[in-house]
Write a protein that binds this ligand. Structure first.
Ligand code: ADP
Ligand code: MG
Ligand code: MG
Length: 250
């Protein structure tokens, strides 16, 4: 589904990603961990196609196509979903309208007719139940005045509605209380299937108590310096990152 090879990226002339290699197959959940400032959010942003980052080398293939060649809207249409640390607020646009537009753009791209109102509503009901979301959030402007937990729930709901192939979540410690962690984790677990894949960026071993990843990678100083299974996350929780830094320095 996703193959990243020797990916290098800079911001304002400073190299942040220094050769990332990562392969994610359908059905898998990967966690990316690492100390602050390692480049985790940069990696997520580059995959999203945010233009303040300059890709200076390497390649990213998504379902056999060159991801870096697609603009952010194309990526979304092709089934890439990115949930961000700081979700955007769109004043005056309700979640429902936002989703209806997004879903119909994806359908149009696939040559399908727009979803009719009845089918749309039944999908809304089904997915709201799945993520245990309160109906009142739907009619409010997207993320405007939402609490941290509400934003998370809404983000997971959007993810459920759009049925993406590749989900990339960048979760920091900022504003994630235990409830928000559970919301994200439950969403990821329930939406997981054999046809989609998830990459979760997290500082938190704790999140991985709820989401059991197939693979854990440690990003440090712009490179993936260690990969393992969920046991690696436990080891990091116990020992911190100093030993990783020491190993990387050799
Ligand atoms: P992480 O998510 O692992 O904490 P980031 O990807 O946010 O790391 O940041 C990696 C490095 O890139 C840090 O040294 C950070 O200061 C720098 N960086 C990130 N965004 C910018 C920016 N917009 N301008 C300048 N430097 C940036
Ligand atoms: Mg950071
Ligand atoms: Mg970050």
């Amino acid at each position: 589904m996703l193959k990243i090879e020797d990916l290098k990226a800079s911001i304002e002339g400073k190299e942040i990603l220094k050769g990332i290699n990562l392969e994610v197959k359908a059905g898998e959940v990967h966690a990316i961990m690492g100390p602050n400032g390692s480049g985790k959010s940069t990696l997520a942003s580059v995959l999203a196609g945010r233009d303040e980052y300059e890709v200076t080398g390497g390649s990213v293939s998504y379902q056999g196509e060159d991801l870096l060649d697609m603009d952010p809207e194309e990526r979304a249409r092709e089934g890439v979903f990115l949930a961000f640390q700081y979700p955007v607020e769109i004043p005056g646009v309700s979640t429902t309208n936002f989703l209806k537009t997004s879903i119909n753009q994806i359908r149009e791209h696939k040559g399908q007719d727009p979803l009719d109102a009845v089918s749309f509503l039944s999908r809304v009901k089904e997915k709201m139940k799945l993520v245990e979301m309160d109906q009142s959030l739907l009619s409010r402007a997207l993320n405007e005045g939402f609490s941290g937990g509400e934003k998370k729930r809404n983000e997971v709901f959007q993810m459920a509605m759009l049925e993406p192939k590749l989900k990339i979540l960048d979760e920091t410690d900022s504003g994630l209380d235990i409830d928000a962690l559970r919301i994200v984790a439950n969403g990821v677990n329930k939406l997981r299937n054999e046809d989609n894949a998830t990459v979760v960026v997290t500082h938190y071993q704790r999140l991985l108590e709820y989401i059991v990843p197939d693979y854990v990678h440690v990003l440090y100083n712009g490179r993936i310096v260690k990969s393992g299974t969920k046991d690696l996350a436990l080891e990091l929780e116990e020992k911190g990152y100093d030993w990783i830094k020491a190993e990387a320095a050799v």
